[in-house]
Design a protein around this ligand. Structure first.
Ligand SMILES: Cc1cc2nc3c(=O)[nH]c(=O)nc-3n(C[C@H](O)[C@H](O)[C@H](O)COP(=O)(O)OP(=O)(O)OC[C@H]3O[C@@H](n4cnc5c(N)ncnc54)[C@H](O)[C@@H]3O)c2cc1C
Length: 438
């Protein structure tokens, strides 16, 4: 039995959407030219690109859950152009420039789709703040500033007084603003992308694929009520790629958590005195991500857990504990809002690797995967999914060469119990080091 995704039902972004139309599930014995498994950012982009490049082909996109229930619909809603911290520290300047341009091409693709299909998802080009608390945080900001200068990227240092006017809190001592990040409502964006796929994409939701089996030149995919036969399978299943026997000892499952408040009332908004629609990530990466949404909610994201049983939903005890941590973070920043309830608390799983390397490519004949985005998958999933489709149909491009340049093999994990102990130690250490930013 393979483990299947089982995301909790407490994600605020998903909960505020209108009720989805009933799902279409796969049944019977079907054939397709391509099957994409997983309908997050990566799978949606892959299915779209295949359909556009091969308008006469039948593309099937399947997901075990409803579209937007997975990590792509439950993140913090930052579509980030800059590579993450460890990639920014990469010694090869070409590597960093290629990552930047790939992420930016993802942002333009999403921008185009939001415009073309009028996807109502709070899509906004507002940049992001990287916020520091105290001396340790400022040392991280200094490092970040040096990396930005080195890359030749635009940025602005925002001092405490100016920052407080935006954030409505004096909690942060300084920030660096970078203009290239977009903010969005992830569940609304992902559902919108799923609802507007080309006509030659058949979408089946709540259709877990339990096994893939080679049959001559084709692959037979087993779902609960039927099978799909195809020569080409694209795995956009993030950490669940391991369940099909691939990258088994290379991907690490990590869960992180978010909570948000109800929308602030007019009176509360007056007390708050900050702006709407901004996003802040911590200077020290294990700290708290903070957003004030366009619809007046404060969102808090922090806390990482290594989750070897990544198919298990968040239990009530963990949710309560995490919510307690989120209340602490909220009160530290907004003591006047101590009485505002956090109405939703949710978790989500994604894949990281010990060497922070993303996998992109062919796993074996007819099987392709993009897996492991190290937690910044909105842009990466989009660009890698599209290019995975190009790889599967051998449509060469500069972008395809670039993604092959910057990706590689995630390093092997040590066996248990050393892995679990090691990851727990690293997460604990990072949390302690980032304690002022939690
Ligand atoms: C709380 C939180 C905050 C985050 N914040 C950000 C952020 O602000 N910006 C950012 O860029 N990233 C963020 N991330 C990370 C980001 O959400 C992920 O990196 C991204 O969603 C990965 O996209 P994906 O398409 O590769 O995978 P996923 O979105 O995980 O999609 C994989 C899909 O595969 C399906 N699946 C798995 N197994 C099967 C199977 N056997 N059969 C059928 N379907 C299957 C799943 O149901 C799922 O829908 C955050 C993550 C979390 C949890």
């Amino acid at each position: 039995m393979i483990a299947l995704p089982n995301d909790d039902r407490s994600c605020g972004w998903y909960d505020v959407l209108t009720t989805a139309a009933p799902s279409k599930k796969m049944s019977g014995e079907q054939n397709a030219d391509f099957v994409v498994i997983g309908a997050g950012f990566a799978g949606l982009a892959a299915a779209r690109r295949l359909a556009e490049r091969q308008p006469n082909a039948r593309i099937v996109l399947v997901d075990a859950q409803r579209i937007a229930e997975g990590a792509s619909g439950r993140n913090s809603g930052f579509v980030i152009d800059l590579p993450h911290k460890f990639a920014l520290e990469h010694p090869d300047p070409a590597h960093k420039q290629k990552l930047l341009s790939l992420n930016r091409s993802a942002i333009s693709q999403l921008q185009q789709l939001v415009d073309d299909y009028q996807i109502d998802c709070q899509w906004s080009a507002v940049g992001k703040y990287q916020g520091a608390v105290g001396a340790r945080g400022q040392a991280h900001l200094d490092h970040f500033e040096a990396l930005m200068k080195d890359l030749g990227e635009p940025f602005r240092v925002v001092e405490q007084t100016e920052l407080a006017k935006v954030l409505g809190t004096n909690y942060y001592s300084r920030a660096i603003f970078t203009p290239g990040t977009y903010l969005m409502q992830p569940a609304a964006l992902v559902r919108g992308l799923g609802n507007n796929l080309p006509e030659n994409v058949d979408v089946f939701e709540q259709t877990p694929i339990r096994k893939i089996q080679q049959q001559g030149q084709k692959w037979l995919l087993h779902a609960d009520d039927g099978t799909l036969k195809t020569p080409k399978v694209l795995l956009a299943t993030s950490i669940f790629t391991r369940e099909f026997g691939y990258l088994k000892n290379r991907l690490l499952p990590v869960m992180t958590f978010a909570s948000w408040t109800r929308p602030l009332s007019d009176a509360e908004l007056e007390r708050y005195q900050g702006e709407l629609n901004w996003g802040l990530t911590p200077a020290d990466h294990a700290g708290t991500t903070l957003r004030m949404t366009a619809d007046r909610r404060i969102l808090i994201r922090n806390t990482y857990k290594h989750v070897p049983k990544y198919a298990a939903s968040v239990n009530d005890q963990t949710r309560q504990w995490v919510q307690g941590e989120h209340y602490k973070a909220l009160r530290a920043r907004y003591p006047d809002f101590a009485d505002i309830p956090l109405t939703h608390t949710w978790g989500g799983v994604y894949a990281i690797s010990r060497n922070f390397t993303n996998f992109f490519g062919q796993l074996e004949n007819g099987v392709y995967a993009s897996a492991c985005d190290n937690g910044v998958g909105a842009a990466w999933g989009t660009v890698s999914g599209g290019l995975l489709a190009d790889l599967a149909i051998q449509a060469d491009s500069q972008a395809l060469q670039d993604i092959q340049y910057v990706t590689g093999m995630p390093s092997l994990n040590p066996p248990e119990p050393f892995l679990g102990l090691g990851v727990k130690f690293r997460i604990g250490l990072a949390k302690w080091q980032s304690r002022s930013e939690l």
